[in-house]
Design a protein around this ligand. Sequence first.
Ligand SMILES: Nc1nc2c(c(=O)[nH]1)N[C@H]1C(S)=C(S)[C@@H](COP(=O)(O)O)O[C@H]1N2
Ligand SMILES: [Mo]
Length: 509
Amino acid sequence: MRRTGSSAVLGVLAAAAGVAVGELLAAATRPPAGPLVAVGGAIIDATPTPVKEFAVRELGTADKPVLLGSIGVVLVVFAAVVGLLTARRWWFGIVGAGILGVAGAGAALSRPAAGIYDAVPSLLAAAVAGVLLVGAARRVPAVAASPAASALGKPSRVLVDRRAFLQAAAVIAGGTVAAGGAAAVVKRARGGAVTASRAAIKLPAAADPAKPLPTGVGPGFVTPNAGFYRVDTALTVPRIDVDSWRLRVHGMVGREQTLSFADLLDRPLIERVITLNCVSNEVGGPYIGTARWLGVPLAPLLREVGIDPGADQLVARSAEGMTIGTPTATVLDGRDAMLCVGMNGEPLPLEHGFPVRMLTPGLFGYAGACKWVTELELTTFAEFDAYWVRRGWAAQAPVKTASRIDRPQPFAEVPAGDATIAGVAWAQGRGIRTVEVRVDDGSWQRADLLPTPSTDTWVQWRLPWKPAAGPHTLTVRATDDTGAVQPEARVTPFPSGATGWHGITVTVT
Ligand SMILES: Nc1nc2c(c(=O)[nH]1)N[C@H]1C(S)=C(S)[C@@H](COP(=O)(O)O)O[C@H]1N2
Ligand SMILES: [Mo]
C-alpha cells in the first residue's frame, strides 16, 4: 500500500487521538481549557467585526457548529500534511505536534479567567499526538518502491506493509474513540449535574409580581423560552454550579460585597414583562423577544454598597469572560434594571444565563444584559472599554424605535378577500404612539395597537386589509411616544443598531 495515503491517515488519527485525550483531561478538570473550545473562543474574540456581523446575519446560531467544523477541517488538513512529512523525517511529527500544542495552549491561556494550568490539556494533546505519530511512522516503515513504476521510469512510489499500517491505525483509532467517548461521558455527567441542580431550584414568589397581561393581548406576546433568540460568544454554554456561584460587587464602591444565589433569593424579588433585543438585528430580523423576568432590582442593591459618584459605568463580567458596560445613571434612573433568576416561570435556561443574568430595559443586550454574570464592577467609561466597545460598537446603546411585519410573511401568496397585516413595534422605555402601514405607494394607514403591560415591551399591531389581486409591497413605520418617527434611512446594525422601514412583498391571488 502507498506510503502517502497511509502516512496522511496516521497523521490525522494521531492528531484526533491527541485532541481526544486533551478534551478528556479538560472535561474532567477545567472545561473551558479544552483545546477545541479554547481555540474556537480565541478565534471568536479575534474575528474582525464585519466578519462577525456576517456570521451572525447569515449563520445565526449555526455560527458555532460552523466554526468548530472549520477548525476541524483545518486540523485534519494540517495533520495529514504533518503525517506525510513525518514518514520522511521523523522529527516533523514532533514539530507539527508542537505547533498545535503551542497554538492550543496559547489560545487557552488567552481566555479570560485562565490560569497557567489551562495550558496543560493542549500540551498533553500535542505530546500524545507527537508520540503516536512518530511511533506509528516507525512501526509502518517503507518496505519497497513500486517496481512497476520504476521500471517505467516514473518517479517511484514508496510502499508500506498494509498489515502494519492497519494495526497501527486500528490501535490509534481505538484509543481515540475511547478517550473521546470518555470525554463525552464526563461532559454529560457534569452538564447533567448542573441541569439537575437547576431543576431542583424553587424560585420564591415575587414580592412585586407582574400584573396579569391586559386582556386583548394577542397570541405570541410572550416568547416561550425555547423560542427565545440566543446571541452570545460562548462556544459551549457555560455550566455554572449554582451552589458555588458568587456575585462580587466591587470597584468604586463604599463596601465591596459578595452575594450567593441564596442571598439573591432572600431579597425582595420583582417580576416584569420586558422585551429584549439585539443590536445586531437587521430590519425585520428575528433577534428580539419578550419574557416575564423574575429578579432582584439592581438599583437598591447598588445603593447599599455605596457608589462613588464618579463611577459612571457599571461593568458586568461573566463566568466565560464577557464584559458588558452599562451607564450607572441608566441603572439608577428608576427603570427596572435587574439581576434575573427566572424567565417565564422557570429558572433561567442555561442558554439564557443560568443562574443569573442582568437585564436593563431600554438598552440593547450587549449594553445591559450580561448572561452568566459573576461580577459587577463600578468604574468609569474613561477607564474601561467593555468587550464590544473595544470592537468598535457604541458605548451608549439605547434601543432604536422600530417595527416589523410578521403577517403575511415575505413573498407569501395571500388569498383575495379579507386579510390582516400584523406585526410588532418597539421603543422600550419611550413606548409606541402609532404604527402606520403603507400598501404600495398608497397613503399611510394607522394600524390598531393591541394593549401592552408597560412601555418596556413591544406592541402588537394589526390592520385589516382588502387587497386587490396582484403583487403588493407592504411597508411599516412606528412613531414612539416622544413623537419621533422611525427613520426611513437604512443604516447597518454596526455600530449602534439598524434603522430603516421594514417592507415586504406579497402576491394576492
Ligand atoms: N455572557 C454573555 N452575556 C451576553 C452576551 C454574551 O455574548 N455573553 N451577549 C449579549 C447580547 S449581544 C445579547 S443581544 C443578549 C442576548 O440574550 P439572549 O441570548 O438571552 O437572548 O445577551 C447579552 N449578554
Ligand atoms: Mo446582541
